[in-house]
Design a protein around this ligand. Structure first.
Ligand SMILES: NC(=O)c1ccc[n+]([C@@H]2O[C@H](COP(=O)([O-])OP(=O)(O)OC[C@H]3O[C@@H](n4cnc5c(N)ncnc54)[C@H](O)[C@@H]3O)[C@@H](O)[C@H]2O)c1
Length: 280
């Protein structure tokens, strides 16, 4: 089914605001950027992948040629690098009002049986450490560095990009051509649900910590985005989703503007589950 976002954004909604998006060089990052820039915010795209950043910038400009965009190579697991960036940015610009903790090590299931993901028995500890470092420590570092200034300014928004996998089991059978436990060919590794669940705890913790300083912290739990995954996987997931389909890559744009703007002014510490009904 062809569904396009309304993109009925009013560029006054976030006028004068600056937003930083971590992991902006991936699949969803440019769409967060499209949403925020069409709603009037200046966007800073941060990633460790230079080509990804350039591609995201171009995708945003194709939709919104007037978008104000900065890009930065930033490893969010490096506290000093994030602090240095924040200080140098603030010296010549306004402080950053909106943080989207979007970066993650997100193993893509391009091929069943490709062994890109780990069974518990031989799950690589280096991989585990990397997933935790980016998804949990990186989100903590960015929340601390950018959130502290928001708290000082008594205004700010943090959006943690979690996943529907934070509230359900992975159901590894979707990685089996026959939808059976006997024939699972590839596993969603343990680090992923751990990171995404941790983000819900982090959301509540920071929401309480900085609530009195008017920094709102919420989480978005997206469902799977169609990205030319293997056919069996696509069909298996469709069968387990109430709406019978995957999300389109641009379908989270409106909710990002909702969470970043005063439309959600009385909402903090909460989660929005937007997964086509899969977790139901
Ligand atoms: N795509 C989906 O189906 C889906 C579904 C639910 C949730 N999510 C979540 O949405 C977010 C975005 O997903 P995506 O599909 O765009 O992921 P992606 O893998 O395409 O992009 C993630 C980006 O994070 C960057 N990154 C990794 N380590 C980094 C570091 N140390 N510092 C800075 N950047 C770093 C990568 O270079 C990459 O560009 C993720 O948190 C993901 O878990 C995605």
């Amino acid at each position: 089914m062809e569904i396009s976002p309304l993109r009925n954004f009013n560029k006054e909604t976030l006028a004068g605001k600056t937003a930083i998006i971590t992991g902006a060089g991936g699949l969803l990052g440019p769409h967060h950027g499209i949403a925020l820039s069409c709603a009037g915010a200046k966007v800073i795209l941060a990633d460790i992948n230079h080509e990804g950043l350039e591609s995201s910038k171009n995708k945003i400009l194709q939709v919104n040629s007037e978008a104000q965009i900065d890009t930065v190579i930033l490893d969010i697991t490096n506290l000093k690098a994030v602090e240095d960036f924040e200080k140098s940015y603030r010296k010549s610009n306004k402080y950053i009002d909106i943080l989207i903790n979007n970066a993650a090590v997100n193993p893509k299931m391009k091929e069943l049986g490709s062994k890109v993901t780990g069974r518990i028995e031989d799950y690589d500890l280096e991989e585990w450490n990397k997933e935790i470092a980016v998804g949990i420590t990186g989100s903590f570092i960015c929340s601390r560095v950018f959130g502290s200034i928001m708290a000082q300014e008594k205004e700010g928004v943090i959006i943690n990009i979690s996943s529907d996998i934070a509230i359900r089991a992975p159901d590894q059978r979707v990685y089996s051509p026959t939808m059976s436990f006997e024939d699972i060919q590839s596993y969603k590794p343990l680090g992923y649900p751990i990171v995404k669940t941790a983000l819900l705890g982090m959301t509540r913790y920071f929401a309480e910590y900085w609530g009195p300083r008017n920094v709102r912290v919420n989480a978005l739990l997206p469902g799977g985005v169609f990205d030319n995954q293997p056919k069996e996987l696509v069909e298996n997931v469709k069968k387990r989703t109430l709406l019978g389909r995957w999300a389109n890559v641009d379908e989270y744009e409106d909710v990002i503007v909702f969470l970043a703007s005063d439309s959600s002014a009385y909402m903090t510490g909460q989660s929005i589950i937007m997964d086509g009904g899969r977790s139901v």
